[in-house]
Design a protein around this ligand. Sequence first.
Ligand code: CP
Ligand code: NVA
Length: 320
Amino acid sequence: MLRDDDVNHEEQKQILELGMKFWKDRYYSRPFEGPQAVAVLFDKPSTRTRSSFSIGVAELGGYPLVIDKSGSQLGRGEPVADTSRVLTRMASAIVWRTFGQELVEEMAQYATVPVVNALTDEFHPCQVLADFLTMAQHRGGVDALKGQTIAYLGDGANNMANSYLLAGATAGMNVRIGAPNGYLPANQIVEKAQQIAAENGGEILVTTDAREAATDADCLFTDTWVSMGEESEYAIRSKPFWKYQVNDELMALAKPDALFQHCLPAYRGKEVTASVIDGPQSVVWDEAENRLHAQKALLAWLVAWQREDSSLLGECATQH
Ligand code: CP
Ligand code: NVA
């Protein structure tokens, strides 16, 4: 899975249902028993993705082979294609956090095992699966996701915004992005999200008005105003975002039972106030835990299809 729209509505539901199963029983399925290895590569820092894939692969019965860029030949310029050809001979799946989306696409092109995007500059699909799993847990199940209104405030041109647009549209949600001019999502992503939303009964709204985005939403999301690799632009980038800070006033515009989520790491006093992220509507620790359950579900689902092993997923597979 390289981007959120690599799966359709039904497939996304299957993965989330499986995530619910792993949430209830961490050892629900162990497709990597052996152990088989899953290569997990990092070209950027990580706490949650690193721990959830490492622990998750182990709980699936496998061996997580975690490699940092500085410790691999990729970091010295070995081609992505060659790295892929090697890893695909040894590992049962490849997970990669890197910069450009074209890099994970190239990795997938040369791999015969599933490749998972663990964050690129353009998308963060694993995070949004965890976020939707969190909503499902708090809203009474995966079926409750369709028709929910989600609002993301902040950098509308970053990986999280793109992923909410595509994954939210796939889920049949109403997706709102509230972002300043200069940080709005690319037309190409918005158009793709609109097309998917039309198929699944949702609506897409992109606005520079944070209040319009937040009003009556079921869940508010934000993310850092400065993504990994943009640190030197902090002073310039943070200026236009203050109106999009998720604070008590903005939270009060959402539905009374609205949830607050943040992929983390969070910068209190910047994109979110401490009163919101540490407040009663925040579910960010469930969200962080759900990285584990959602990614285990994704890996199990992907290898089941890869191996044409319908017994691995039980009822999920037979519905496909
Ligand atoms: N949310 C997220 O991907 O966190 P890490 O950068 O710590 O992996
Ligand atoms: N937009 C952030 C997400 C971190 C999980 C980044 O790319 O740094």
